[in-house]
Design a protein around this ligand. Structure first.
Ligand SMILES: [Zn+2]
Length: 271
C-alpha cells in the first residue's frame, strides 16, 4: 500500500459500530474518495457528534489501483459550523448541496474547479447574511451541474435550435416548456411533432431569465440576487428531474428530500 497526502471536504461519514467508521471525501486530485477510519483516528466534532462540514488535510493508504483505503493522519483545517443567525437554513442548504455533490461525483475523476467552488460555497453559506442563502445556493447548483456536464440549454429550442419564446408563436401558452429528455427548452413545433414523447416541465419567462442569469454569475453575484423560495423550488424541481434522467450516478430519491426540508427550513426562519 502506498501513502498519499491530500485535502478534502467531507461529503458523508458513516459509523458502522463503535470502532468502525468510513468517511467519503471530495478531493481536488481524485474526486470522490472513501476511506476506512480506525478507531484512534475517528473523527468527531463538537459534543461527540460526527463531524460533517469540514475541510481536512489528511494522509491515507491506498492499494495500487484500488478505490478505497484507510485514513492515516488527519487534521481539520477549516470547520463550517453554521452558527450565525439562520442556522437551520444554512445547514439545510449546505447538506442539500453536499448530498447532490455526493451523488454526482465519481471516484478517480478529479474536479479541481468544482472543488474550489464548493469550498467557496461552504464559506459563504457559513458567513453571509441569511437572506443571501437562496441566491447563493441556486448559483452554486447551476455552477455545479454545468461543470459536471448537465448544464440545461435555455438559449434556444433543444430540438431545432430556433429561439424558443413564450410569446409569438404560441399565444395560448402562458410560458415555455423544458424537455427533461432533451435537457433544454423546446419550441411548440418540436413539441407538436413528437406528442407524448417528452417529459415536459412548464417554465415562465421570469424563471428562464433568472436561471440564465444564475448560470452566468459568480457565486458572489448569485448571492446578491433575491431569489424567492417559490422560484428556487421550481428551479430545483427542474434540476433534480434533469439529473435523475441524465445522470447514471443518481441513487434513489432519498437524496432529494432536501427540497422539502429546505422549504420548511426557510419558512422556519421567515425567508
Ligand atoms: Zn424546435
Amino acid at each position: 500500500m502506498a501513502i498519499h497526502k491530500s485535502e478534502g471536504i467531507i461529503l458523508s461519514t458513516a459509523n458502522w459500530s463503535e470502532s468502525s467508521q468510513t468517511i467519503t471525501l471530495f478531493t481536488p486530485d481524485r474526486g470522490k474518495l472513501t476511506l476506512n477510519v480506525r478507531e484512534a483516528r475517528r473523527l468527531t466534532g463538537k459534543r461527540g457528534r460526527p463531524m460533517t462540514f469540514a475541510r481536512l488535510e489528511f494522509s491515507y493508504y491506498l492499494r495500487e489501483g484500488g478505490e478505497s483505503g484507510y485514513l492515516s493522519d488527519v487534521e481539520p483545517v477549516e470547520v463550517f459550523l453554521f452558527e450565525k443567525d439562520g442556522q437551520l437554513g444554512r445547514l439545510t442548504f449546505a447538506s442539500g448541496a453536499l448530498e447532490l455533490l455526493n451523488n454526482l461525483l465519481t471516484v478517480s475523476d478529479p474536479q479541481p474547479v468544482c472543488y474550489q467552488i464548493t469550498l467557496s460555497f461552504l464559506r459563504m453559506a457559513d458567513s453571509l447574511d441569511k437572506n443571501r442563502l437562496p441566491g447563493l445556493f441556486a448559483g452554486y447548483i447551476f455552477r455545479l451541474i454545468s461543470l459536471l456536464g448537465f448544464r440545461p440549454n435555455l438559449a434556444g429550442c433543444a430540438g431545432c435550435g430556433r429561439e424558443a419564446t413564450a410569446e409569438g408563436a404560441e399565444p395560448e401558452a402562458n410560458g415555455l416548456f423544458f424537455s427533461i429528455e432533451r435537457g433544454g427548452l423546446i419550441c411548440s413545433d418540436c413539441r407538436k411533432a413528437m406528442p407524448g414523447q417528452d417529459h415536459l416541465i412548464g417554465l415562465s419567462e421570469t424563471l428562464r431569465t433568472r436561471m440564465l442569469a444564475l448560470m452566468e454569475s459568480s457565486l458572489d453575484e448569485a448571492a446578491r440576487m433575491a431569489v424567492p423560495l417559490s422560484e428556487l423550488n421550481e428551479m430545483m424541481n427542474l434540476v433534480t428531474a434533469l439529473l435523475k434522467y441524465h445522470s447514471g450516478t443518481i441513487r434513489p430519491l432519498k437524496s432529494f428530500d432536501f427540497l422539502e426540508k429546505l422549504t420548511r427550513a426557510v419558512k422556519a426562519y421567515g425567508g
